[in-house]
Design a protein around this ligand. Structure first.
Ligand SMILES: [Zn+2]
Length: 489
């Protein structure tokens, strides 16, 4: 709109000028070196304007000619770069797809085309070398990258990954520390550093890294707190080993405060209080935990805290513990265990039925084993005992500490998974069942007596042999087989 107004105004101005020159004619005479030129003012003005326009045009043409070689060079360089980056991205795709020859080919191409973008091409070269299984060449590329501040971090990261893969823990720790100093905000580096520190038992450094991660919001608050609790528990073991029970108690208290469901820490705290003669505190901690997360491992420490060595004393103690969470199956199991120990058969049967052995219920394997023990010890009924043991073979497995990463199932909690080494990955639950196992028949019941925990364990990977042994050890104390053997001899 405005442009049109300006254009019309300009047109009016030109027309007015032309009209003015026509109405006010004048002559111009030029004399130069014997030449003489007579013309009107209007023609003279037109000639001047034409000359100015021509000069401007020529100047622009000259500038264009001057710029051409540079532009051609730039265009060629850009094309080269574009090809280089295409090679680079094709190489990265080949690395991701695991295509080693293609990755190597593209890496060479990118190297030739992108002389000034060395960081990424070096990374690609290193990765394609790794893909080829040539760790030595990859290490050389990564080490070269350390010299350039721009690529130092990538080099450190590559070397760190190599060291972790090779299981060289001290070197990995060194590299992770250097990488963490360079980029404290990198989640991957911080997590790797924490893993390495905690894995090597450097709990104080691990605690610092954990705090730092929480501060930088690389971890959610509850997770950081949980990790602090696990670290405090591990530190308490060190204090205990060093004979500093006061320090151990302090650390256990803080662990149990931060993670009240960290059962191993609570159990250790109950035992510590009991050992210190603080029985009231010990029972109170156990009862508080039982009310929210009852766990079979709490029962014996609680008996000790209540100074209940056997029989009726244990029944009375168990009643007090069960009272804080009376409807929970674990409370019935606790009462049944105590009743079996005190030979109160009727009481034991009642609680086992409540815990799953009643009609129409599907009891866990351990309930079946306790029922077998009851049938044998109360009535000497070996047939019924055997039936229960067979039933235990196909019953839902007992709860264990199951690794959330690899499915490894163990009886004794550790801060790192014994199979995949993941940190704090165990939760108390029923292990994944092995499907497709034939149900044992009565003819096979002898073998069911031998290994009554066949339905337990294993996820994707086989658990450590030691873990299996631990599981087996855990389930045997109450087994009828062991008892039958002792009664026969
Ligand atoms: Zn695991």
């Amino acid at each position: 709109m405005w442009r049109w107004i300006f254009f019309l105004a300009f047109l009016c101005f030109v027309v007015l000028g032309v009209v003015w020159f026509v109405q006010n004619p004048g002559d111009v005479t030029l004399e130069w070196q014997g030449w003489r030129l007579d013309t009107s003012v209007g023609v003279m003005m037109a000639a001047v304007l034409l000359f100015a326009a021509l000069t401007a045009g020529l100047y622009r043409f000259w500038r264009f000619l001057r710029a051409v070689p540079g532009e051609i060079t730039t265009a060629m360089k850009e094309r080269r770069q574009r090809k280089g980056y295409t090679a680079l991205s094709s190489g990265m795709v080949a690395v991701a797809a695991g295509d080693a020859p293609e990755a190597r080919r593209q890496a060479r191409r990118a190297e030739a085309l992108l002389s000034d973008s060395a960081p990424l091409t070096r990374l690609l070269s290193a990765q394609s070398a790794q893909l080829d299984g040539d760790e030595k060449a990859a290490e050389k590329f990564f080490t070269d990258m350390l010299d350039d501040p721009e690529t130092k971090f990538l080099g450190l990261r590559g070397l760190l990954t190599q060291a972790v893969k090779a299981g060289n823990k001290s070197r990995a720790l060194e590299l992770a520390e250097a990488a963490h100093r360079m980029q404290p905000g990198s989640e991957w580096v911080a997590a790797t550093l924490f893993e390495l520190q905690s894995g090597s038992g450097a709990w104080l450094s691990a605690a610092d890294t954990n705090d730092d991660m929480a501060k930088k919001r690389l971890l959610e608050k509850p997770e950081a707190e949980r990790r602090r609790a696990v670290i405090a528990f591990e530190l308490s073991k060190e204090s205990e080993d060093a004979g500093d029970s006061a320090k151990a108690l302090k650390q256990l208290k803080s662990a149990a405060d931060m993670a009240p469901d960290l059962i191993p820490a609570v159990v250790a705290l109950v035992r510590r209080y009991t050992a210190d003669g603080q029985h009231r505190k010990a029972t109170s901690v156990a009862e508080k935990t039982w009310a929210k997360t009852p766990h079979p491992d709490l029962l014996e420490p609680y008996w000790d805290a209540r100074k209940a060595p056997d029989g009726i004393a244990r029944v009375k103690a168990s009643e007090k513990l069960a009272a804080v969470n009376s409807d929970h199956p674990e409370s019935h199991v606790a009462l049944a265990r105590a009743a079996l120990g005190a030979e109160l058969w009727g009481e034991a049967r009642k609680h086992l039925q409540e815990a799953g052995a009643g009609d129409g219920l599907e009891p866990q394997a351990r309930i079946c084993r306790m029922m077998a023990e009851l049938e044998e010890r109360e009535n000497g009924d070996l047939t019924k005992a055997r039936e229960w043991l067979v039933r235990a073979g196909s019953a839902p497995g007992d709860e264990k500490w199951v690794c959330g990463e690899c499915g490894n199932a163990v009886a004794v909690w550790t801060s790192h998974c014994g199979n995949c080494n993941a940190f704090d990955s165990y939760t108390w639950r029923t292990p994944p069942h092995i499907s497709g196992l034939p149900k044992p028949s009565f003819a096979e019941s002898g073998s069911a007596l031998e290994g009554d925990d066949r339905a337990a364990t294993t996820g994707p990977k086989d658990p450590d042999a030691s873990d299996v042994a631990a599981v087996a050890a855990d389930v045997t104390p109450a087994s009828v087989h062991a008892r039958a053997a002792t009664t026969k001899t």
